[in-house]
Design a protein around this ligand. Structure first.
Ligand code: AMP
Ligand code: MG
Length: 353
């Protein structure tokens, strides 16, 4: 069977989406269909949040455990009342400052929201995306859209419509293709209901930006993140190949550990991929250290690195490498989110790295 036989793919202008395309997507959602659409973070797999059977299909299609709650996407902060019992002052201050944008907030769940959406928890995760296509869709639909990332569970999140087709083609009713997404990593998730507020997942909105509004926040420990945020198993975003993080403080140190790790792995006749910043990649001599390289761009451009990260991981996977060598980046700004995804992709099944 052609894996794309049942999904309609519609190309839309990323800045001024065609109303007819948005209308088709709205009709699909209202009928209980699944629509993959771009957000400024990654592509989402959307369902009408008040349609329990559509929501259950999201879990089935992704192979996502039902205990892993979804994020509800809204057109504006005013719409939080449709899914949340109320919005506490700290959450409102954050919403006013960072929405629309890549920040997800936990709020007390409104009892009328189908429990499947938030996996039976008494909180609901909500976000107002800024991507013009997501905004147009949410405004025209006038309903909350439950949408996890549009990838198979545990796989790298999709930053291109092509990735959605590769993972879910044929099992999604409609895919809106607006080209590459802007951030490339998923939203920051914050629990503002605790004191101090707790960061459950780093993302596009940095810890420093959150603290500028809230004062000090607490970063959840890995074990706590898993219990508070059930979907956050240690191993996630995992490429089919084993990912190894090469240590080092400077690009020269990291390049040295890439060379020695590659030497060791080559003795085992393994095909090796390298996912590295330009400052590291340029220090690797291909004749001496043969690797399949994906250059993420300069360390000085962490936004560019986060934008390319998942696409490069998927490309190395498609090259059929056995091992992917990578390295951590400076932890400021979106660097914390990139390091989080790399660490999780490198985690062994038991959660150790
Ligand atoms: P995804 O949409 O695929 O990026 O995954 C959404 C993430 O949000 C998952 O890791 C969930 O565990 C987390 N999440 C969603 N709702 C809640 C909630 N009510 N409490 C804690 N974490 C949540
Ligand atoms: Mg996801």
């Amino acid at each position: 069977m052609n894996p794309n036989s049942q999904s309609s793919l519609i190309t839309v202008d990323p800045f001024h989406p065609e109303p007819a395309a948005i209308q088709r997507a709205v009709e699909c959602l209202i009928r209980g269909g699944l629509v993959a659409f771009p957000t400024e973070t990654v592509y989402g797999l959307g369902a009408h949040a008040f349609d329990p059977s559509a929501v259950r299909r999201v879990f089935e299609v992704k192979g996502r455990p039902p205990a892993d709650p979804l994020i509800v996407h809204l057109a504006s902060i005013a719409d939080t009342q449709t899914v949340a019992a109320h919005i506490p002052p700290a959450a409102e201050a954050l919403g006013l400052r960072f929405w629309p944008g890549p920040l997800t907030l936990l709020l007390p769940r409104r009892s009328s929201l189908p429990p499947e959406v938030s996996a039976g928890l008494d909180t609901v995760a909500v976000r107002v995306p800024s991507h013009p296509v997501a905004q147009a869709l949410l405004q025209a639909a006038g309903l909350p859209v439950a949408a996890p990332s549009a990838n198979l569970f545990g796989h790298a999140s999709p930053t291109l419509a092509r990735h959605v087709i590769d993972d879910l083609g044929g099992r999604v009713d409609l895919i809106l293709d607006a080209g590459p997404t802007e951030w490339g990593v998923e939203s920051t998730i914050l629990d503002p209901l605790q004191s101090p507020p707790v960061l459950l997942r780093p993302g596009g909105i940095s810890i420093a930006e959150l603290e500028s509004v809230l004062g000090p926040i607490r970063i959840a420990a890995p074990a706590e993140r898993i219990s508070a945020s059930p979907g956050r198993q240690p191993r996630h975003y995992a490429p089919n190949a084993r990912l190894i993080l090469c240590p080092g403080e400077t690009p020269a140190d990291i390049a040295e550990s890439v060379r020695s790790t590659a030497r060791r792995e080559r003795k085992e006749n393994r095909r090796i991929g390298l996912l590295a910043a330009s400052e590291v990649a340029s220090r690797i001599e291909p004749s001496e250290t043969p690797v399949i390289l994906r250059d993420l761009g300069s360390i000085g451009d962490l936004r560019g690195i986060s934008r390319r990260l998942f696409a490069c991981l998927r490309e190395l996977e498609a090259e059929g490498v056995d091992i992917i060598l990578a390295h951590r980046l400076p932890g400021e700004g979106v660097g914390a989110a990139v390091n989080d995804r790399l660490t999780r992709a490198a985690a062994e099944e038991d959660g150790s790295v």
